[in-house]
Structures are given as C-alpha cells and as structure tokens.
Design a protein around this ligand. Structure first.
Ligand SMILES: *[C@@H]1O[C@H](CO)[C@@H](O)[C@H](O)[C@H]1NC(C)=O
Ligand SMILES: *[C@@H]1O[C@H](CO)[C@@H](O)[C@H](O)[C@H]1NC(C)=O
Ligand SMILES: *[C@@H]1O[C@H](CO)[C@@H](O)[C@H](O)[C@H]1NC(C)=O
Length: 124
C-alpha cells in the first residue's frame, strides 16, 4: 500500500520537471475584437492564445420573458440578428458566460437564466 502512494505522489512532480521548453510569445489579432497575447497575466493556458471567432463559433443566445425556453441567437457582428429578435435595449440585460469547456446547456446556466427571468425587475 505504501508503495502505491509514493508512486502517485512522484508522477505529478516528474511531469512538471520534464517540460522545461520555454513557451514562445504568441500574439493574434482579430478584426473588431483586438489583439491577444500569451504574456502575463494571460500566460495560464500553456502558451495558447484565443482561436478566431470563426473557429470558436461564438453565439449569444437571447432569452426573454417572451422566449424563455428556445432563445434567439444574436451574432455580435450582425445587426439584423438583433433587429429580428425580441432584444429591447430599454430592458435590463444580463450576460451569463460559461467558462472554458462549458456549454449553454449546462444545468447551472439554465438555472441562472430562469432565476433572472423570474426575478429581475424591468424597472430596476
Ligand atoms: C461575423 O463573424 C463570423 C465569424 O464569427 C463570420 O463568419 C461572418 O461572416 C461575420 N458576419 C458578418 C455579417 O460580418
Ligand atoms: C423563440 O425564438 C425562436 C427563434 O427565433 C423561434 O423559433 C420561436 O418560435 C420563439 N418562441 C416563442 C415562444 O416566441
Ligand atoms: C422596450 O421596452 C420598453 C420598456 O420596457 C417599452 O416601453 C417599449 O415599448 C419596448 N419597445 C418595444 C419595441 O417593444
């Protein structure tokens, strides 16, 4: 039993010591969004920089009291997607952002969205 515990403790230490290759500086720029570098304080992703919006396929899904369940997709660079939706800039707007690897369908995302639609006052 004692040997197994020692082995498990050593594996992470060896893995950390092995990779001493310096990470090259990287910088990417995207129209409308600006530039991103992998220098501090954004040096916590193993040297990676954000992929392009085309690769990520970023979508903002709008949920309102008129459309609580399906939602409507808004594209940040396409004003017609706003015009054809229920978006009304006079009403309070809240953004819920999931982290890396998260999804819109995560239970906590749905629960927060529902709680906000149930409680936020239009005249707050
Ligand atoms: C908006 O950006 C996407 C990539 O995120 C691109 O595919 C699309 O052509 C752009 N649309 C407009 C109207 O610029
Ligand atoms: C919600 O929006 C979607 C996408 O525009 C639409 O297909 C659906 O009919 C809407 N639902 C309601 C209840 O308005
Ligand atoms: C937008 O919201 C405001 C405040 O709730 C309301 O007075 C107005 O009629 C709405 N506009 C549309 C186009 O629904």
């Amino acid at each position: 039993m004692g040997l197994i515990y020692v082995f498990l403790a050593l594996v992470p230490a060896l893995a950390v010591c092995e990779d001493t290759t310096p990470i090259p500086d990287r910088k990417v720029c995207y129209t409308d969004l600006g530039c991103f570098e992998n220098k501090a304080p954004f040096d916590n992703a193993q040297g990676r920089v954000p992929k392009s919006p085309e690769q990520i396929g970023t979508v903002f899904r709008l949920f309102t009291r008129l459309n609580r369940t399906d939602g409507q997709d808004l594209l940040y660079n396409d004003s017609t997607s706003f015009a054809s939706s229920d978006f009304n800039s006079s009403n309070p707007t809240k953004f819920i952002v999931h982290g890396f690897g998260g999804r819109l369908s995560n239970k906590w995302m749905v629960a927060i969205k529902d709680a906000l639609l149930d409680t936020v006052s239009y005249y707050a």
